[in-house]
Write a protein that binds this ligand. Sequence first.
Ligand SMILES: Nc1nc2c(ncn2[C@@H]2O[C@H](COP(=O)(O)OP(=O)(O)OP(=O)(O)O)[C@@H](O)[C@H]2O)c(=O)[nH]1
Ligand SMILES: [Mg+2]
Length: 340
Amino acid sequence: MTGTAPGAPAGRTRPAMPAWWWSTAPRPGAIAVAHVAGEPGDVERVLLGLCGRPAPPAGQVEWRRFGTVDDGVVARVSPGHALVMPHAGPRIRELLDARMDALGARTAAGPAPMDAYPEAADAVEACMLGVLSRAASPAAIDLLAAQPARWRAAGWSPGHEGLPDARDLRLRRLLDPARVAIVGPANAGKSTLLNALAGRTVAIAHDEPGTTRDAVCARIDFASVVADVFDTPGVRAGMDAVERAAAELAARALECADLVVELTAPGLGWAAPPRAAGTPVLRVLNQCDRPEARSCAERADAALAVSARTREGCAQLVAAVREALVPQADVLDPRPWRFA
Ligand SMILES: Nc1nc2c(ncn2[C@@H]2O[C@H](COP(=O)(O)OP(=O)(O)OP(=O)(O)O)[C@@H](O)[C@H]2O)c(=O)[nH]1
Ligand SMILES: [Mg+2]
């Protein structure tokens, strides 16, 4: 199979499987645009699998449900090229990527944005500048700036050679913030810790158990690595309907978390709510300013002891979260990074 589907990544031969790529940034918004391109029969098959109904004929635009993920519009530009337009949001995008992967569509880099960056020396540099413009973490800047030279030395172009490996994906957390969920028993100090990390009051903290009754999230800079941190309600006996609803929201935040911070305080034990298999966990003892913290049973199992009130240990916590999300070894690794 040769030739390039209309609108497919410029200058590339068409892959054996239909290609799947996004031409909008992975941010919340009204609408996102993704492309499927390949042999007409493959495009037809993948769209049928995604929507449960045949794709619209070439030149037509029709509403479709994308399985249980979302609904939106499919525009069939030509037999071998369709636009899939769901609502814009990182989670929807992630789920659609997984679905398309399961259907056999191959994730591809979008067209190099040479038109948008005429000052770029080549397509890799243009691509890097496009990614740089939306990178969330300050730590991405130097690393991205180093990539064109590394790719030139390697003779590759990002997204073109092979699938991203585990390091590539961890480093992509510098572009799209990772998710961190703080969980633990009521009154452990989860909301106080979120406020301490954010440097402002984003969540109400109070000595009454069950204070947090909604999912609260703040974007926090962990020493140049930015992440979205979710405060969750502490699980306790006798939760009312609002708390139970909040706990369900928290369960969803936990499912998609890249890192779970299990927080407790002297005498409260560890609450280990169910989470996706393989999600790393950082066990943290809070309230270490209290005298009981020195000899409490929880201390032995904690990787770190902090005080959200006095901020003792918070710098170490920031460093540990950063290392868990984007290990320094990945940043210092001189190999090129498939950032696109
Ligand atoms: N001494 C001390 N008290 C703390 C610390 N962190 C939180 N507290 C207190 O512990 C109480 C509970 O704090 P919250 O942050 O509301 O606890 P939470 O885990 O969010 O509780 P829920 O929302 O009910 O699950 C408040 O009175 C806080 O002031 C700390 O580091 N040291
Ligand atoms: Mg709370």
